[in-house]
Design a protein around this ligand. Structure first.
Ligand code: EPZ
Length: 424
């Protein structure tokens, strides 16, 4: 295992390039299963979750080659299996996104239930209900989902999601693309990653409209052609660096970041006194002086993203005044709070709301990463803290942040990755 050792106090200055979006790349990779031939995907981020997904696709029989320009070609012409085993799904719950494509392609699929994770139970009941609305029969046995399409394959239908689900919307978009007839998906997720998946599917010939709104219409196709797609930039990585620049009183250019994907964060940061503006191919974030306390409530897109809740909270630990952060999407996404308090923050949680009183400074400490975004928040806190912070179990970070210590070092931070012994 490894840890990051951070010497706090430097204001981040310079330029950083935002990588491809993890949460767009994952469904797009699984969508390549829908074509019996070769697809091409560019701008994949170099992350553990991408490597895990490529490994699962190879297990299913997909031939994968890296091109000179860094893009991947995926050949799904001869699939060997339609099963996603537990040992892969438990490592990365997004593996359940192979369910829709395998069911649509093969007529049946066997996928391990993902089980819960640190931030919540995260069931997939809405994915399964949706597939049943397209005619699939679903059985659960021994911790696996056994899904079967009707004889003539999946049939287009109406799907109404009880609550907004990103993965559920994605699974159903992929399944409906190869169903017979028209499907209408209602109460869909509206994230930019949903639109990116729709663009990738359209590059394969899928007839999809309404992505980005809560109603998506899909005219099923007999078959789909090769995908040729470039993944959008990662708005959550961008938001993470924006928070780090603001908290360290820095001035940073984020190449590739898209202002229109970050409206909710930018508006809250502006209320806190942080200047964010479009510049060339990205955004510039700069901040000097005090931070104003601002309340935030996470919501499905275009609301404030749950994946940036922790990063905004650490900003508020140094604000003048008190603020409240409410997490409405997941049931247990405050694990960064006790670690931030050990660094001198003053946060109390009551149910789904955290109350933050601004403090004059944070102090370095040895802290434990628990989930991807909480870990990034501890890094941000360490960058702004007095003296040294050690963030243990940095493998959580590697799932979603490409070369984080290199990118931060290039911005003037003092961050080193060193081996972590069992004592931490
Ligand atoms: C996606 O997870 C993202 N992951 C998450 O990012 C993100 O936090 C989440 O969407 C919300 O924006 C990927 O895209 C790979 P959901 P997903 O289905 O699809 C409940 C990160 O840090 N629900 O929108 O799993 C669920 O328990 C990760 O990059 C059901 O009850 O999220 C949750 O409370 C973390 N039944 C809520 O809905 C279902 O069938 C939203 O979940 C499905 C979901």
């Amino acid at each position: 295992m490894e840890k990051l050792v951070i010497q706090g106090g430097a204001a981040l200055k310079g330029e950083v390039r935002i990588s491809g979006a993890k949460n767009a790349a994952l469904p797009v990779l699984f969508a390549s299963l829908l074509h019996e031939g070769e697809s091409r995907i560019a701008n994949l981020p170099r992350l553990q979750d991408i490597r895990t997904t490529l490994a699962l696709l190879m297990e299913l029989g997909v031939g994968i080659q890296k091109q000179d320009d860094g893009s991947r070609s995926l050949d799904a012409s001869r699939l060997l299996s339609n099963e996603a085993p537990y040992d892969l799904v438990r490592k990365m719950r997004a593996s359940v996104l192979c369910l829709g494509p395998l069911l649509a392609r093969f007529g049946e699929a066997r996928v391990s239930l993902p089980g819960g994770c640190a931030i919540g139970a995260r069931p997939i009941d809405l994915h399964l209900r949706g597939l049943e609305a397209l005619g699939a029969s679903i059985e659960l046995e021994a911790g696996y989902v056994q899904a079967k399409a009707p004889k003539g394959g999946l049939q287009g239908g109406r799907v109404l999601f009880d609550r907004v689900t990103v993965g559920g919307t994605e699974n159903l978009m992929m399944a409906a693309s190869l169903a017979t007839g028209k499907s209408t998906l209602e109460n869909c997720a509206r994230e930019p990653e949903i639109c990116d998946l729709a663009d990738a599917l359209r590059s394969m010939g899928a007839q999809i409209s309404g992505d980005g709104t809560s109603v998506i219409e899909i005219e099923g196709s007999e078959s789909l052609g090769p995908m040729d797609h470039t993944v959008i930039p990662d708005r959550i990585e961008a938001g993470t660096y924006m928070a780090a620049a603001a908290l360290t009183q820095g001035n940073v250019k984020l190449h590739g970041a898209r202002l229109e994907h970050l409206d909710a964060l930018i508006s809250k940061m502006a209320q806190a006194g942080v200047e964010v503006r479009r510049e060339g191919d990205g955004l510039r974030v700069r901040h000097h002086g005090e931070l104003h306390a601002v309340d935030v409530e996470t919501r499905p897109y275009p609301g404030f993203p749950t994946d940036l809740q922790a990063q905004f909270m650490v900003l508020m630990t140094r604000a003048t005044g008190s603020s409240a952060v409410t997490e409405t999407v997941f049931e247990n996404r405050f694990m960064h709070v006790p670690e931030l308090n050990r660094m001198g923050a003053d946060i109390t949680t009551r149910g789904r709301t955290a109350f933050i009183r601004g403090v004059p400074e944070l102090h370095g400490a040895k802290v434990m990463a628990t989930d991807l975004r909480a870990s990034a928040t501890l890094v941000i806190a360490g960058l702004a803290a007095i003296d040294t912070t050690e963030v243990l179990r940095v493998y959580h970070l590697d799932r979603g942040y490409e070369r984080i210590e290199d990118k931060l070092t290039a911005l003037g931070a003092s961050v080193q990755r060193v081996p972590q012994d069992w004592k931490g």
